[in-house]
Design a protein around this ligand. Structure first.
Ligand code: HEC
Length: 120
């Protein structure tokens, strides 16, 4: 119980410091482009999802009868354009991965990345 209280206290302190920082309007403006939550990239957003959910079969070379590899940006892009990847990851009758759909957030990220024209 003591541990929980300590954790809560530390959390509250971090929260307070974070707030006072962002309230400081005299500080340097935050213009790091990597902070833009709407700008996706293959490297930081898409590759980890594919790695965790698809490469056990769609590696290079593919295994378990998967028909193609999904290890590079171009392979993923080509599967979206030519192999119906977006409809398969959202399909309830014929899903990819075969053992069940990924969380909605992961699926939405891949669709959004395609909408943004496959940024690297
Ligand atoms: C357990 C192995 C396995 C996993 C994990 C897996 N796949 Fe597949 N995938 C297959 C097999 C086998 C096929 C071929 C049979 C079929 O189309 O259902 C296939 C087919 C596909 C196809 C259709 C290819 C075509 O030309 O018709 C797409 C697109 C696809 N997978 C995407 C994905 C994506 C994206 C993921 C991860 C989110 C994923 N797969 C995860 C085994 C897997």
């Amino acid at each position: 119980m003591k541990k929980v209280i300590t954790v809560l206290l530390i959390g509250a302190m971090v929260f307070a410091v974070g707030c006072s920082k962002s309230d400081n309007s005299e500080g340097a403006p935050m213009d790091d482009p990597n902070d833009d939550p709407t700008a996706l990239s293959y490297q930081s957003d898409i590759r980890p999802i594919i790695q965790g959910n698809c490469l056990s079969c769609h590696g290079n070379p593919p295994t378990q009868n998967a028909p193609m590899s999904l290890t590079t940006l171009n392979e993923v892009k080509s599967a979206i354009q030519n192999r119906g990847l977006l409809s398969r990851i959202n399909s309830t009758t014929n899903p990819m991965p075969p053992n069940g759909l990924m969380p909605q957030t992961a699926r939405a990220l891949i669709s959004e990345w395609a909408n943004q024209d496959f940024p690297e």
